[in-house]
Design a protein around this ligand. Sequence first.
Ligand SMILES: C[S@@+](CC[C@H](N)C(=O)[O-])C[C@H]1O[C@@H](n2cnc3c(N)ncnc32)[C@H](O)[C@@H]1O
Length: 293
Amino acid sequence: MAREARFGTIGGEDLYRRLATGEPFVLLDVRAPEEFEKGHIPGSILIPLQEIDARWTEVPRGDFPLAVVCEYGVRSASACRFLAERDVPGLFNLEGGIEAWPGPVAQGIEGNGRSAGRLSPEPFLVESFHLLPMGLALDIAMGEGRNAIYLASRGFDVDGVDSDPSAVKRARSAARRLGAPIRAVVGNVEDGTHIIPVDAYDVISVFDYVHRPLFTDIREGLKAGGVVVFQAPLQGTSGAASPADPARLLAPGELKRVFDDWEILRLREEVEPSPNLSSSRLVAGIVARKPAA
Ligand SMILES: C[S@@+](CC[C@H](N)C(=O)[O-])C[C@H]1O[C@@H](n2cnc3c(N)ncnc32)[C@H](O)[C@@H]1O
């Protein structure tokens, strides 16, 4: 990254790699709403350049760097200059704009500002990484592989399974592009066609997917001393963050009950604010270690 006078520049490959390997960035897209709607980096917030003068106080000013995005990197450079003059810290212009972005894009205005979704690993996993015993990991219902890829990029040997063939295909190609190899397979963990082997894994992770019979598979699938990382929406979550089937929401205290006889390393049940918007959801998460045999 070359540093300009008051803001930095960042290339598309570099930004993609940093997001995929767990570096938190806020993404600000300064194009027109019609351009944003056609395709934007997942998790971006939209403030068109023409509105930035009136709305710049909406730009998140936290501990995270801010990558500013437009089509080719010209309007975003103007936005960076404007924000730098107002002492907004940690600014980076995406060089070459979205045209130089190699990762997935999201369509529509809906979901604008929600976390970098398909792109970045779940913060709960990143924050729990130091608790995980290195070795063989399984990410169940891995979707497009953001958490599996993160684990692989940090040295884990990773199996990932999901029932959606197109998600698995995207996970494979993202993993290849990022040089973080995962064994990604299409499999259904509910109908008995994909079996989780017993005493096989050092780590099993599950994010945003609840199928209660899997709790037994997770308990059996981990080796002695292995660690589960599980996080999903909690009853009370509503709107876009809620699964269509309310049975897919965790009950308060449920994760603690399921892993009560294990060493609980982390437990959370709380409202999770979106990093970029005022929306929030209720989540429950646990990191628990299976007792030594
Ligand atoms: C909300 S997504 C979460 C994806 C991923 N864990 C993440 O956090 O990015 C839920 C995932 O569960 C997968 N899924 C649903 N039913 C499944 C099943 N029976 N077996 C395997 N995967 C399943 C879906 O295809 C989808 O990718």
